[in-house]
Design a binder for this molecule. Sequence first.
Ligand SMILES: Cc1ncc(COP(=O)(O)O)c(C=O)c1O
Length: 404
Amino acid sequence: MSTLLAERPLDLVSDFPAIPAGWAYLDTAATAQKPRAVIDAIARAYGESYATVHRGVYQRSADMTLAYEAARAKVARFIGAGSPDEIVFVRGATEAINLVAQCWAAVQLKAGDRILLSMLEHHSNIVPWQMAAERVGAAIDVAPLTADGRIDLDAVERMLTPAHKLVALSHVSNVLGSVLDGARATRLAHAVGAKILLDGCQSVPRLPVDVRALGCDFYVFSGHKLYGPTGIGALWAKAELLDAMPPWQGGGAMIDRVSFQRTTYAPPPARFEAGTPHIVGALGLAAAIDYVEAIGVERIHAHETALVRDARDKLARINSVRLLGPEDSAGIVSFVVEGVHPHDVGTILDEAKVAIRAGHHCAQPLMEALGVEATARASFGVYNGADDVDALVRGVERVTRIFG
Ligand SMILES: Cc1ncc(COP(=O)(O)O)c(C=O)c1O
């Protein structure tokens, strides 16, 4: 275990009322548990200060509008965006990618253009591009992985051509935990004139993210993986890209003037937020960012990296365990127990009060590339400690005893 974890372990589980004593929650990559601070912020928003935003002339609504826009500014600052106007609130990463696929890719791309993805992408970063590509007659290329499970950027460099108009890659893999060199990926995309979208679902909760330092064009993430509520997430895009994008959903709040002859649209981000937004979700997300920033993302990263190292070291000592992904994966450990279906691993671990994910993790092409049907995946959060790793390892040892 790293000295950092040994000397300054995070001990935050008491902040999380839904984690009972003795339960090892190791499914944070699917969704993070919520700290009391977030639950309280949501309760306050509904129970004390609730009103709509952007429309009311009364004080309560004006205050709520300020809080909602302050949440947007907080998200912008948290990921290093140039301006809050570059942040569009969406339901989550899936919706953000669909928005870019429909309003940017399906508008800008034409027949013969190419999109480059990688073998480890989540279905959310595959299917929306397939749908857009089908509409315009574009083609999709898939970058391979290195032997240890990273997106092979040397291969990306060889594959990219001026026909590529978009590259869309996971900043951190939700299955393998591998961390992409996002700045290099961006340079490679830009060298052929392509735009690049980074899927930050697993990176925003685990690594310091600065979209301007990365240099990318689009960045997306989901609030519920960052200790915030479900149903809220963010799309960040460079202002000039958002400005040039047409709206995707029509309705209230996204307009400038409406008449039956002609409707004009509001500037971004309002142009992309039709209807009453998830006001309380945005406030909950802001509370989650406060919570994470009070701990420090660097510290969270060091904590999770140490837990991963500890888990990998101990699991590697069990003969029938095959670890997947790189040694330095961020907060996520995927493995298979030879001869045992991952669902059986998950069920036996559940009996021992260890919650992991077993399945294809919405990454079926990656499963095929790895030559497995599914994997067992343990993923860590700020509330986990060395005791959770030990419970995992004891559980996997029990699996191997049961299956001989
Ligand atoms: C890497 C990655 N991308 C996209 C998603 C989709 O996120 P959501 O379901 O919150 O929209 C996930 C969720 O598992 C993910 O891990």
